[in-house]
Write a protein that binds this ligand. Sequence first.
Ligand SMILES: Cc1cc2nc3c(=O)[nH]c(=O)nc-3n(C[C@H](O)[C@H](O)[C@H](O)COP(=O)(O)O)c2cc1C
Length: 142
Amino acid sequence: MTSPIERIVYRSDAVALTDGPVDVSPIISTSVRNNARRRLTGALALQGGTFVQVLEGDPDALTVLMETIETDDRHRNVRVLARWPVQVQLFMGWAMVHVDTRALSSHHSRLLTQTGSGAQVTNVLADLASARLGSVVPGMIG
Ligand SMILES: Cc1cc2nc3c(=O)[nH]c(=O)nc-3n(C[C@H](O)[C@H](O)[C@H](O)COP(=O)(O)O)c2cc1C
């Protein structure tokens, strides 16, 4: 029997630094290093001052990580949208992927940062991670 895995999705408010916006790159590098070791996968976006993150993997490892993340002073007001058991890690291969939200439509942007459920946010991030919602490259089919 394979061990159970879970997915958790949350939003939080980025805390701006005195000298400018939050830098996501150091968060991603730390996440990649730590998550790979714990077999956790996921995606992170920063859109208009709101962080949105999906994390998946071993339930205990997720709980421990969320306790650390919640106390991180680079953001505040962490709201968990959903946590549920899953069969597969959708972000397999990405210990943490920083998704580019620049080309996102206002509809998808609203889903991500305001109205979307945990499952909807997961779908938007998964589509972005595989570039399906990115800008359309002229000449490309599909
Ligand atoms: C929005 C956000 C998302 C984060 N995601 C992760 C993550 O997926 N994995 C992780 O290890 N740390 C993540 N962190 C960083 C942790 O809060 C913490 O700084 C880090 O785990 C400490 O790791 P270290 O002891 O190796 O320096 C995140 C921080 C923020 C603000």
